[in-house]
Design a binder for this molecule. Sequence first.
Ligand code: AMP
Length: 127
Amino acid sequence: MAYVYDPTNVFARILRGEIPCHRVLETEHSLAFRDIRPQAPVHVLVIPKGPYVTFDHFAAAASAAEIADFVAAVARAAAAAGVSPAEGGAGYRLLANAGPHSHQEVPHMHVHILGGRPLGPLLVPAA
Ligand code: AMP
């Protein structure tokens, strides 16, 4: 499948500095910032700087350096947010939406880091 990246999406605009974000950390290939509508006391988004639409697009098209940088950035962002079990935090959940069934809103690949309270079951049961 060919992925078509929309450079007007909100995360592309954050990366270009056109709109502000509350930065948690930045690396060579990744940026972590607070979600504007937090669904838990800790709600951080981590994005690659490259133009990838979904997790599968990123996995297929990103370089090994970008992928390694992103994985490390997710772990570092969790630690910076105080939820990493490796550093005494109470833990977190990673969530990555991809495509319409997931309700992905922003078509720039991102991982949510959620924590700061017990998060309950993974999914709400289907009605
Ligand atoms: P998703 O449904 O996985 O695409 O999640 C997109 C997330 O981006 C949502 O949780 C939004 O609250 C968040 N979001 C949208 N615009 C911004 C923004 N300008 N700054 C930070 N987070 C945002």
